[in-house]
Design a protein around this ligand. Structure first.
Ligand SMILES: [Fe+2]
Length: 548
């Protein structure tokens, strides 16, 4: 790993690492692939190093939170794990020393780890809650790999990942899944367990990876009878320790672990990873920004620690650059947005409201000037067939009555109409022919045509918006929620609406995109079956959803 802020000596780590791999295995690495990659995983320049943990200091199995990979490129992928012998316990009772721990990693072509292609060593630092981020490089494009970690006598479960195709290549297809809104206290992550058995190249998490709200000792709607969660989960997360423990609770879930271990994920956040409906430096109650930014810094730090993200995403205090761009050859460009950190405060406290001149204030923005420019520049520079925009809140207009002066959600893009118009006009001006927006947030499945004129159903269709329902948030849901008829009537471009829990899979090729809306009927009891509620295609060069 090339580490922009790496420092310190690697020699001792190199010797220790070499001693941990037996000689025969070590020698199976040949040629250029034999480079022993090292990273210090020490992202704070100039910080004093904690002492090294002595062998045997970790007396219990530490890979209780599984493994993950993310942000694949044609040559590399981030590998993640966290040492957590007692994941629900805060330090110092968590089974970890206040010392850095050497962690070895290996990447193989096969599930049995016989054909190793990369091995290395890194540090799990107590300052980063003993999380591990390896930016593994030198991999081949468009290829499945297996990876695992080791520390002392302990070996992690294996993960499977996949690199992206070469930038100039035109792959036959790309398959993805979009997920969002996994409130632990609202039910079981059954849908993620099903997702682990899908055949996708990558998963996009569109926000609300966790919720800040209290989780009761019986796990809320999970209604555990076989365990009692510690009392410190039964309060809202505010401090760094609160957020770290909350990630441990979530990542201890076996379905979530299975979905992470099966595919690389691209993650972005929405509000609940920090606090409901926050906007930039404003919390939902309009408290002084200084206090909220401290909380935001803690939330962002814990987010980075617990996700497979690279160093450019490492937060600096309350600031973290999460918007970023990826390519799957010339087939797809992904512009992953952050619609929380740079937005101006919502009009009408983010509620549904008839919009007035306040939403047309020139300073009112969803993306902030820098991210907006970056997005439009990305559209202009794109050579991809599909321009996919994974992001958080609903982009298309949603009325809840068929009257002209219908209330709209001031928290969604409806509350930031000028910014939306600039983005859509920018896409058209750049010649983007196949715009696909992936959205979460609203806890229902929606499929929508993005219209040039929302008031004119026969106007040009600019692209499609696929809104994935929650994984659990809102508990079980139903196919037709109470406002189903009203929304279908008031929004002709809304082609599909289902209020059950689930996720969306998308298959892209050079001719068309196909979306399948997957549902489970229940999340308050484990084991619900998976169904496909609806499927749509949109033809390349002729945007608009067609039911299949
Ligand atoms: Fe949510």
């Amino acid at each position: 790993m090339t580490h922009p802020r790496a420092h310190g000596r690697h020699d001792r780590a190199l010797r220790t690492a070499a001693a941990h791999f037996d000689r025969r295995r070590f020698l199976t690495l040949t040629g250029a692939a034999a480079a022993l990659a090292f990273s210090t995983n020490m992202p704070v320049a100039g910080a004093a190093q904690k002492p090294e943990a002595l062998p045997g200091m970790i007396a219990e199995y530490p890979f209780t939170l599984g493994v993950a990979s993310g942000d694949p490129t044609p040559s590399g992928v981030v590998l993640w794990t966290r040492l957590a012998p007692r994941p629900y316990e805060p330090a110092p009772g968590n089974g970890l020393p206040d010392a850095r721990v050497l962690v070895l990693w290996e990447i193989a072509r096969d599930e049995r780890f016989l054909q190793l292609v990369r091995i290395g060593a890194t540090w799990a630092h107590p300052e980063f809650n003993h999380t591990v981020h390896v930016d593994a490089q030198g991999l081949e494009p468009d290829r499945v790999y297996y990876y695992r970690f080791r520390t002392g006598p302990w070996i992690s479960p294996p993960g499977r990942t996949r690199t992206a195709p070469e930038q100039g290549a035109l792959p036959n297809e790309m398959r993805l899944a979009a997920v969002s809104c996994q409130a632990y206290h609202d039910g079981y992550f059954t849908a993620l367990g099903h997702l682990a058995h899908e055949d996708v190249d990558a998963v996009f998490h569109l926000g609300d990876y966790l919720y800040e709200y209290a989780v009761s000792p019986t796990g809320g709607a999970r209604a555990y009878t076989d365990r009692t969660l510690p009392s410190w989960f039964n309060k809202e997360t505010v401090t760094l320790e609160d957020y770290r423990l909350r990630y441990a609770l979530y990542r201890s879930d076996p379905d979530l672990q299975a979905a992470h271990a099966a595919f690389p994920w691209f993650v972005t956040w929405d509000d609940h990873e920090t606090e409901n409906n926050y906007a930039g430096a404003s919390d939902e109650n309009g408290s002084p920004a200084d206090g909220f930014l401290l909380r935001r810094a803690a939330a962002y730090r814990a987010y980075w620690e617990n996700q497979p993200l690279r160093l450019p995403q490492l937060p600096q205090g309350p600031d973290m650059t999460l918007y970023r761009r990826f390519h799957y050859g010339r087939l797809a460009q992904f512009d992953i947005l952050d619609t929380r950190q740079y937005r101006t405060d919502q009009a009408h406290r983010g509620r549904w409201h008839v919009p007035g001149p306040e939403v047309r204030d020139p300073a009112h923005t969803m993306l902030g000037a820098t991210q907006e420019r970056w997005l439009l520049d990305g559209f202009r520079g794109s050579r991809a067939t599909w321009n996919v925009v994974p992001q958080q809140v609903v982009l298309s207009r949603r009325r809840n009555t068929a009257t002209a002066a219908s209330p709209l959600s001031m928290d969604a893009w409806d509350g930031y109409p000028d910014c939306r118009e600039r983005v859509l006009a920018g896409a058209s001006a750049a010649g983007v022919r196949n715009l696909m927006v992936l959205t979460g947030d609203v806890h229902v499945h929606n499929a929508m045509d993005i219209k040039a004129d929302w008031d004119e159903p026969t106007s040009r269709t600019i692209g499609t918006e696929l809104v994935t329902s929650s994984l659990t948030s809102g508990r079980n849901g139903s196919p037709r929620p109470r406002n189903w008829q009203a929304l279908m009537d008031a929004n002709p471009h809304l082609r599909f609406y289902d209020g059950r829990r689930g996720y969306v899979t998308v298959r892209l090729d050079s001719e068309e995109a196909r979306a399948d809306f997957k549902t489970v009927d229940s999340v308050t009891a484990p084991g619900a079956a998976l169904a496909t509620a609806a499927s749509f295609v949109t033809v390349a060069g002729d945007p608009g959803l067609r039911a299949v």
